[in-house]
Every structure is written in C-alpha cells, then in structure tokens.
Design a protein around this ligand. Structure first.
Ligand SMILES: Nc1ncnc2c1ncn2[C@@H]1O[C@H](COP(=O)(O)OP(=O)(O)OP(=O)(O)O)[C@@H](O)[C@H]1O
Length: 324
C-alpha cells in the first residue's frame, strides 16, 4: 500500500529566477499521478524537491508525518527509504552488469546475503521483462531496456512512492506503449504511489488517475484525469490536446496582441476522453475508478464519444468519415 504525499504552498526560485510559487497538491496513496508542463516549467525540480534533493524556499512536503522541507538529515535519510526513483537515462553504472546495477541498492542499504539478493534481483528483473539479460552491460542494450533495468533497480527496496522522470524520452511510440503498460501492471501489483513526469500527451491521457499541469510559474491545475480531460480551461485544454491555439506560446505565454488576434476563433471542441489503460489481467487496479465515474459524480458531461472502447471508437471514426 503506497504512501500519500501532501505538498503545501511550495515555492522555489534559483536566485532571481522564480521556478514556481505556492504549489499545493496531494498525491493520493497508491494512485498514479502525472505531472505535465511546457519545457523549463520546473517539473524535474518539483520531483527533486519531493525527495528532498532540492530544498524549497517556502512550503512543506509531508510524507508519513515528516516534513521533507524542514526535517533533519537523519529523518530525510529514513524517509528516502520509502522512495524508488527512475531517472531519465536509467542512471546505470556503465561498467557493471545489469544484475550488479539492480543489486546495488540492496548491497549498499541492507544486510541481505548474496542468496537473498539474488532472489530479489531475479524477481524484479522478471517483473520488468528483463529475465535472461542479467549479464549484459548497460551499453549493450537499447534505451528501453535500460529504462526497464532502472525500474528494476528502483523496485528492489520495495518503495512506497515511485518517482519516474520522463520515461518516454528517447523511446519510440511502441516502446512507450510497452513501458506505460508496465507502469499500470506494476502499480496494480505493488500498489505504490506513482508520480510520472512526462511530455507525452498520450501517456498523460491514458495512464494516470490524476494529472497536474505546471505553467507560468504556478500549478495551473491538479486533479482526477477526467476532470482535466473535460476541462475547457484554456491552458489545460490547449496543453492536453497539443494545440497551438490558446495562451501557451512558442517560448512562454502569448502576449496580449497574439491572444487578441486569436479571440475571433473559438477553441476547438474537446476530443473524447479515452479509456484509462487497464492492467494486463483485465481487472481494475485497486485505486482505479470505473470509466466516467468522476464525470457522473460531478455532473460533468464528457465530450461526445468519451469512454468508448478502441474498437467502438474506430467504428465511430469510420462512421463519421463516411457521413462527411
Ligand atoms: N540546480 C539548479 N540551479 C539553478 N537552476 C536550476 C537548477 N535546476 C534547474 N534549474 C533551472 O530550473 C528551470 C526548470 O528546470 P527543470 O529541469 O525542472 O524543467 P522541466 O520542466 O523538467 O524541463 P524539461 O521538460 O525541458 O525537462 C530551468 O530553467 C533550469 O535551468
């Protein structure tokens, strides 16, 4: 069972550069959350602040009663044991085999003997689909496999919270689809709290229980996936639907003249909300809500065609094309 992460009023600047101000949100225990935002909006800084690698200027990060932002080094050391982290490039030691890389945290942080270590390493390698690749060096395998190995290493200390930084960077769409399925299956199995930082809109639309969006030095919105995917708030709908029209410009926010030029055009209609990715077992995860539940509970009418299965949606598209 994962652990809740409660963030309150978090503010961080580097010198005069304000990264974000007054960020508050709760990552619900055992749920998958995704953090989005244009490049440079401080998603990685947010991730590092949550694990205490970066100290915020103001605010709190509460994990099991400890405030990461103000606690002692000793307390931080203890709280960090709850985390597993997958860095962008997998952060493997190039001269060690995958086996030794995955075994590393166990040898460093536990007193387990080599027989026990072997059992855990083989189990985690199997979980991420890397059984048989133990003797390979990181340089001998693909980027996707390196990420899986990084994931196996992040799992060996049985984390309550898993932080994952841009898992799709450098991966083709098929490999991204496989790693997304792996996240869903792992979450169903270990029930840890997941926070995934990503640029991939398809991942954001189909994987998480919750979505957050950092923009223009603040948290524009954080909440259940269906809430953001049915939101017509301009920044949220522009970003989640990868459109040029809206307040987000080429480098930062658009200026007033640019926005005035666009005001004659209505924002495009929201596309249907896709089904959330299910575990390979076909059963819902413990923290997963049935499709459309958030909309029903909150009296929100989702965009037409939402929550249709892929085959039904394909039929819808064909039907729409035929009618045109
Ligand atoms: N240790 C640091 N010292 C000074 N500035 C930093 C530090 N770490 C990050 N920054 C700055 O903070 C800003 C946000 O960086 P961050 O890497 O978190 O953005 P991001 O949203 O993850 O971007 P991307 O999507 O491109 O990965 C950048 O301008 C970066 O240069």
């Amino acid at each position: 069972m994962g652990t809740e992460v409660r963030v309150e009023g978090l503010t961080k600047a580097f010198g005069k550069q304000m990264i974000w101000r007054d960020v508050s949100l709760t990552l619900p225990a055992g749920e998958i959350s995704v953090m989005l935002g244009p490049s440079g909006t401080g998603k990685s800084v947010f991730l590092k602040t949550i694990i205490g690698l970066i100290k915020p200027d103001e605010g709190h990060v509460f994990i099991e009663g400890t405030d990461i932002a103000t606690c002692s080094e000793r307390e931080l050391y203890d709280v960090r044991k709850l985390f597993g982290v997958l860095f962008q490039d997998g952060a493997m030691f190039g001269s060690m085999t995958l086996y030794d890389n995955v075994a590393f945290p166990l040898r460093e942080h536990t007193r387990k003997n080599e027989t026990e270590i072997r059992e855990i390493v083989m189990e985690k390698m199997e979980m991420v689909g890397l059984a048989g690749a133990e003797t390979k060096l990181p340089g001998e395998i693909s980027g996707g496999m390196r990420k899986r190995a990084g994931l196996a290493r992040a799992l060996v200390l049985e984390p309550e919270i898993l932080l994952i930084d841009e898992p799709d960077s450098g991966l083709d769409p098929v490999r991204t689809a496989y790693i997304n399925q792996l996240f869903i299956d792992l979450n169903a199995q270990i029930e840890a709290t997941f926070l995934i930082v990503t640029h991939d809109i398809n991942t954001a639309r189909t994987v998480p229980d919750n979505i957050g969006l950092l923009y223009h030095r603040h948290l524009a919105m954080f909440g259940p996936r269906e809430m953001l995917l049915s939101s017509s708030e301009p920044v949220v709908s522009q970003f989640l639907n990868a459109q040029r029209q809206g307040p987000i410009g080429m480098s930062e926010e658009k200026d007033e003249d640019e926005l005035a030029g666009e005001s004659q055009y209505a924002m495009p209609a929201l596309p249907p909300i896709p089904l959330q990715l299910a575990p390979s077992s076909g059963l819902l995860r413990r923290t997963q809500s049935p499709p459309g539940e958030w909309c029903r509970r909150n009296g929100v009418t989702p965009p037409p065609g939402s929550f249709a299965s892929e085959s039904a949606a394909a039929g819808l598209a064909v039907g729409a094309g035929g009618a045109a």
